[in-house]
Design a protein. Sequence first.
Length: 403
Amino acid sequence: RLLGTASAAGVAGLALGGAGGAYAHAATREDPPTALSTLGSRSVPFHGAHQAGITTPAQAHGHLVAFDLAPGAGRKEAAALLRRWSDAARRMMAGEPVKGGRGGADTGIALDAGPSSLTVTFGFGRTFFGRTGLKDRLPRELAPLPDFSADVLDKKRSDGDLWVQVGADDALVAFHALRALQREAGKTAKPRWQMNGFNRSPGATSHPMTVRNLMGQVDGTNNPKQSEKDFAEKVFVPEGGSPEWMAGGSYVVLRRIRMLLDDWDERSLAEQEKVIGRRKSDGAPLSGGKEHTKPDLEKRAKGTLAIAANAHIRVAAPETNGDAAMLRRPFSFHDGFRDDGAPDAGLLFLAWQADPLRGFVPVQRKLDRGDALSPFLRHEASGLFAVPGGPREGEYVGQRLLE
Ligand code: HEM
């Protein structure tokens, strides 16, 4: 009884927001139902100019999955699948149950939770266009990425006809969505590969701050900001852009980048900071100031560059790359340990841009020639997908391509 009271108080303490979700959770059978916490009740709109999951703050849990169309499945089957997937995504992002179990029942995995900022994002790989007879609509931006000297790519974990990104602040909500989408794929498309990632949970820090990656660095500081007037131009294909069906869409480059953490964690703090060009504690540039102070690439102390010539932020900065820019929205991953005992862990690097040739490609070319971070990284899988604009009311994702 006492225990019940204590846990009811705990749940009530968390209940800061309104009852935004479809379900409320009671701590024990006797407790009155309480509202969802803000975390559970948050929802992201499915409809809009752009698909959700691009500018949405990165969630705590992510699944990236590529599917290949089954033999015999063409444009008609793909269109029907995108319609089913869109319908399921719209419902789940609103916290509603979907088909998945026997007889069309929901699987129940997310039953007690609210939408928890769930987003589902869909994209098309280069091979999709050949399989569906749509080669005339293949964007030139989907030209294969060049080879980079440091690539050790696993083809089986790269590319794919269709790509799905699921993100949510609750692991069960994320898995529920993934499972429902896999069931909907049915006989039309088969999973090709899957990667699972994570970020910090909202509320784990005393105030919202830029996340850290598994090297311990503050990562994401100098991303383009939505408040900047050229943000949309960098990230999204404009209305009237080419091809027409990609208006409001974006191109995503995915790299599974394993970090050589055993090497990295043996380096001194000073060495680690020099590699990036920023302080580890708060992400401030080594030229001085706070996290969001503009790095001064010219600054010298006693004749030495404050931000080293091969520091990651100097080599990757738009100023040194003809303004090439992208929105980085990664998830960390940890898939256990390798045979040598090293963690199989790193970054599911996701870069969003209006054109990969003015974003990822020139920057990676330069990093590949030898920035200070590259020796600690291995690029193990790669993908490039066209992510069409957001669906209007009544539309499914990709309709403008497939109709
Ligand atoms: C900046 C880490 C891979 C492009 C940064 C920063 C860190 C970081 C800590 C500084 C903070 C920030 O502005 O976000 C990493 C790690 C990587 C990785 C750990 C691999 C596991 C890449 C790749 C690219 C890239 C593959 C692109 C091809 C950039 C860009 C910036 C940046 C454009 C901002 C530079 C600026 O304008 O100041 N990265 N990075 N990074 N990184 Fe990376």
